[in-house]
Every structure is written in structure tokens, then in C-alpha cells.
Design a protein around this ligand. Structure first.
Ligand code: 1HE
Length: 260
């Protein structure tokens, strides 16, 4: 059984899905070390039984980011180590054993946006807003936003958010690539579960290729990227599950594109 080390993170198993809830609503799910390390402990326990993970927030907001009350008297080395601790945990989300869906509402700011951008798919309810208040607080992002966020929204938009404190609302966020799905208030979890169930029905190797190999292809130069793609394509098509799925389609047993 997968368990949480702290009440700041709730864990619920729903068939082959795992639903994680950031649970410090009185502090707007501000992420203290206890919460971040609890996320790591849960991801360390994920086994083959779990096919997709959902992360959401309890209360009015997804997350207010780093718990600023813990950012007091760190020296430079401690600051580096703290940022690298976040990097380690965000990598565990991005390179988890299965895909991860974020369900967003309210504030998705600072470190909250870093958690969301480490996930593979983002569903946003209408109340969602995105910001990087680090710029105004006199600090810098430290949880991987400078690597992951420009891939979603572009360098210029991230720079604007930090230089000017620009806040994007849910509609704008969906248009610029923060979230792939925009849903009515309160409908995020249902949509997240619907998507997670589809993801869970894919061949494991396809999901692995998308979450572990695609990011490496994107970070490669063209020649290396194309070779990685060819190798992944060859491995995927050779798997018995792929052969069965292709046979099912050719013999009329599989769904057509667009059929649910
Ligand atoms: C907090 C935090 C926090 C709330 N750390 N305690 N993040 C920020 O700069 C965002 C700061 N937070 C806000 O702008 C607002 O709280 C919200 C817009 C997110 C929500 O507003 P609201 O009106 O719903 O809540 P609130 O009344 O502001 O906050 C409720 C309580 O949560 C209050 O504490 P209380 O004891 O007075 O009740 C707040 O102090 C507390 N709280 N946000 C600590 N962030 C890996 S590096 C990442 C770097 C960053 O993430 S920097 C960005 C930090």
C-alpha cells in the first residue's frame, strides 16, 4: 500500500490510478520541505500496479508556491542544496514510472507552477491563475521553472511574468500552453480521471517513451534526436502488445480515431 509520510499530502488509490492532494489549505498549499519530501516519498513507492497519477490541491488554490516562512536565513550553499532538493523531487514527478496529470484551480504560482509544469498533462478549472511572484519577491525560481516552463509557454512569456509580475488567467493559460484542458469550476478532477483512465489503457512502453524518451529527444540535437526516435519506434513496434493492438485494428476490433 502506498502511504504518505505526512498529512500535508493525501494519497488515495482508485483502481490503477493514484490521486495525490496537496493538503495545507490554510496556507494555500504553500510548499514547505515536509510537503515536497512527502511527494518524493510517495513517488518512490509507485509500483507497476499504478498506471497514472493525478496531483491536485485542497481548498481554494492549487498551490501558493514555496512556503516563504521557511526562506529565512539560508546561506548560498544551503540555497543551492534547497533548490537541488526541489529539482530532485520535480524530476521524480517528470520521470515517474507512469504519466502524471495535474488538476489546477485558483493560484498556481511560483513553486506551484513548478510542480504543475513537471507533470505531463495539465487540466485547469476556470478559477486558475498563473504567476511567478519570485520576480517581485526579489528571488529567482528554484524548482525547475526556467527549464520546464519555457518549453510550455516560451522564454519571452516567462521573462515577462518575472519582470512585470504578469498574471495569466485560466483562458489565457490554456491559449498560451500552460494547460491543455480548460474545464468548468469543480469539473477538474472528473476530467483528470477521464484522461488518466485513457492514459492507463495505453501500452506501457508507449507511455514510457512519451514520459522518459520524448524529453530527451527534445533536448537533443537533430541528428541524435532522430536516431533516438528511430530506436524508440523500432523497440515499440517489436513489443508483443503493439503487435496485438495493430492486429486488433486490422481485424476491426479496435476503436477508430475519435471513437471513445
Ligand atoms: C503563505 C504563502 C506562501 C500564502 N508561503 N505562507 N509565493 C508567493 O509569493 C505567493 C504568496 N501568496 C499569495 O499571493 C496569496 O496567499 C494567494 C494569492 C496565493 C492566495 O490568497 P488568499 O487571499 O486566498 O490567501 P492569504 O490570506 O494570502 O493566505 C492565507 C494564509 O496562507 C496566510 O497565512 P495566515 O497565517 O496569515 O493565515 C498566508 O501568509 C499564507 N500563505 N501563501 C507562506 N507562499 C522552489 S523555489 C519556488 C519559489 C516560489 O515559489 S516564490 C513564490 C511564493
Amino acid at each position: 500500500m502506498i502511504t504518505s509520510a505526512s498529512t500535508t499530502l493525501l494519497v488515495e488509490k482508485k483502481e490503477n490510478l493514484l490521486i495525490l492532494t496537496l493538503n495545507r489549505p490554510e496556507k494555500r498549499n504553500a510548499c514547505n520541505d515536509e510537503l515536497i519530501l512527502s511527494i518524493e516519498k510517495v513517488f518512490d513507492q509507485v509500483n507497476d500496479e499504478i498506471k497514472c497519477i493525478i496531483i491536485k490541491g485542497n481548498g481554494k488554490h492549487f498551490s501558493a508556491g514555496l512556503d516563504l516562512s521557511e526562506l529565512k536565513e539560508r546561506d548560498i550553499v544551503q540555497g543551492l542544496q534547497h533548490s537541488q532538493m526541489w529539482h530532485r523531487v520535480m524530476n521524480k514527478i517528470q520521470f515517474a514510472a507512469c504519466p502524471v496529470v495535474a488538476v489546477l484551480h485558483g493560484a498556481v504560482v511560483g513553486g506551484g507552477l513548478e510542480i504543475a509544469s513537471a507533470c505531463h498533462i495539465r487540466v485547469a478549472e476556470k478559477s486558475t491563475f498563473y504567476a511567478l511572484p519570485e520576480g517581485q519577491r526579489g528571488i529567482f525560481v528554484g524548482g525547475g521553472a526556467s527549464v520546464r516552463l519555457p518549453k510550455l509557454i516560451g522564454v519571452a512569456r516567462m521573462t515577462d511574468m518575472m519582470l512585470t509580475g504578469r498574471v495569466f488567467n485560466a483562458d489565457e493559460g490554456e491559449r498560451i500552453g500552460m494547460a491543455q484542458y480548460l474545464v468548468e469550476e469543480g469539473a477538474g478532477l472528473e476530467k483528470g480521471i477521464e484522461l488518466a483512465s485513457k492514459i492507463a489503457s495505453n501500452a506501457g512502453l508507449t507511455n514510457y517513451a512519451l514520459t522518459h524518451v520524448l524529453p530527451k529527444i527534445v533536448d537533443s540535437n537533430q541528428q541524435e534526436g532522430l536516431m533516438l526516435e528511430s530506436m524508440m519506434a523500432a523497440m515499440a513496434q517489436d513489443a508483443p502488445e503493439a503487435k496485438q493492438r495493430l492486429k486488433d485494428f486490422l481485424e476491426g476490433r479496435a476503436k477508430k480515431v475519435g471513437e471513445s
